[in-house]
Design a protein around this ligand. Sequence first.
Ligand SMILES: [Cu+2]
Length: 68
Amino acid sequence: MQATTLKVTGMTCNHCVMSVTKALKQVPGVQSAEVSLEKAQAVVKGSADAQALVKAVEDEGYQAALQA
Ligand SMILES: [Cu+2]
């Protein structure tokens, strides 16, 4: 399974983590999303389009960038 790592900035608390997690899980093709406040990143597994993941985070009010 493909894993995509996103750098997510703008999260300040666990509520933010929950919001980002929920947004990512709603993207078609996502099997799991693990969001870390400490690392400011999200690891998403599944077949979702990477740009759709970035957009989902941004629509939620945070900033996201693809990480190699
Ligand atoms: Cu918060």
